[in-house]
Design a protein around this ligand. Structure first.
Ligand code: NAD
Length: 331
């Protein structure tokens, strides 16, 4: 595969850093430019993955092989920097977002500004700079409450502002493919876990951090709610496939097609925590969270057949790798 100039929004985050590690491993980067507002990610988070230079919006130039790996501080809600930072890119991987259901319930407006306006800004930048390939990180949230497995054809009825804003982003991707011929690919990630997730509040990372702090786990609801847990490196490989996918206007589920209840996850995780850290975990049950769906897993037939991607890492293996990463980090 040809080496590309990769523009990655939100590249200091969990998925972004995992992707950068994968690009370097597969030697697919001519240059990488990260755009991030440092709200959750920080440049020091990228240091364990790679060396890079910090550049400012004032001294930035069009991306070229000489750019190496750069980090630029900019907010995706601002349209002007988007055009400037994307010049010379071959592909935009749009990861920056207001992530997750609960923050969107706390501030639906911020969620809309980041996930709708932010996505529009980078699609517009792609149009103006004639960038042919655009990959959007979406989620299962646009679909809302549905009988699983969800597929790319499941009707979308979001039950959270986050689902609505991601769905709007998907709609703009479809529109920019239809009107301007940009190869837009939407990837609907299921629940991502893995190394580099030290700042995440999602269930696997949260439970590990709580166990290490000696805190009790709280399962919201009865624990029967199910999720589809995808290992971060498998997901990064799907993003790479999408970046080279020749046909736009596509949506792909990036998931495992395996349904795991939160209770099953807690059992698996607590057993491994006992083995790796010699810690006993206690579990409490709390109220179900507003906006959370009861059951969720995705059918990945379309991703296998059309994107040529499928996950490789089983949950039990991925959990051990994640725990080992937390152990190394805490040394
Ligand atoms: N992690 C998951 O389980 C999961 C599941 C489904 C979808 N997604 C989507 O994948 C993408 C990446 O998720 P992640 O887990 O890496 O999140 P993350 O929070 O770890 O990373 C997001 C990054 O974006 C940056 N950012 C946030 N708002 C910004 C803004 N307005 N301008 C510029 N930068 C901004 C943050 O500083 C952070 O570095 C997001 O779009 C998220 O909605 C993630």
């Amino acid at each position: 595969m040809k080496k590309l100039n990769w523009l990655i929004t939100g590249g200091l985050g969990f998925v972004g850093r995992t992707l950068i590690a994968e690009l370097l491993k597969q030697d697919l980067a001519q240059a990488i430019r990260v755009v991030d507002n440092f709200s959750t990610g920080s440049p020091s988070d990228l240091q364990p993955v790679t060396d890079f230079s910090l550049v400012t919006l004032d001294n930035i130039s069009a991306m070229s092989a000489h750019s190496g790996i750069e980090v630029v501080k900019a907010d995706i809600r601002d349209a002007e920097p988007a055009v400037k930072v994307t010049a010379g890119a071959d592909v935009i991987i749009h990861l920056a977002a207001n992530t997750g259901v609960q923050p969107s319930i706390e501030s639906p407006r911020l969620d809309m500004e980041s996930n709708v306006m932010g996505t529009l800004n980078y699609l517009e930048a792609a149009r103006q700079n004639q960038i042919k390939q655009f990959v959007l990180a979406s989620s299962g949230a646009p679909i809302g409450e549905a009988e699983p497995p969800i597929t790319e054809k499941s009707p979308c009825r979001p039950i959270s502002p986050y689902g609505a804003s991601k769905l709007a982003g998907e709609a703009y991707c479809s529109a920019y493919n239809g009107s301007f011929g940009i190869n837009t690919i939407v990837l609907r990630f299921s629940n991502v876990y893995g190394p580099l997730s030290g700042k995440k509040g999602s269930v696997v990372a949260k439970f590990i951090k709580q166990a290490l702090a000696g805190e009790t786990w709280t399962i919201n609801g009865n624990g029967e709610q199910t999720r589809d847990f995808i290992y971060s490196q498998d997901l990064a490989k799907a993003v790479v496939k999408a970046a080279y996918h020749p046909k736009g206007g596509e949506i792909f589920q990036v998931a495992t097609q395996e349904e795991t209840s939160v209770r099953e996850l807690a059992d698996l995780l607590s057993a491994q925590i006992k083995e790796v850290f010699e810690l006993e975990v206690t579990i409490d049950y709390g109220e179900p969270l507003i906006g959370d769906v009861a059951r969720n897993f995705a059918d990945i037939t379309h991703s296998k057949q059309v994107l040529g991607w499928q996950p490789e890492v089983k949950l039990a293996t991925g959990i051990v790798d994640t725990l080992n990463w937390f152990r190394e980090k805490n040394k």
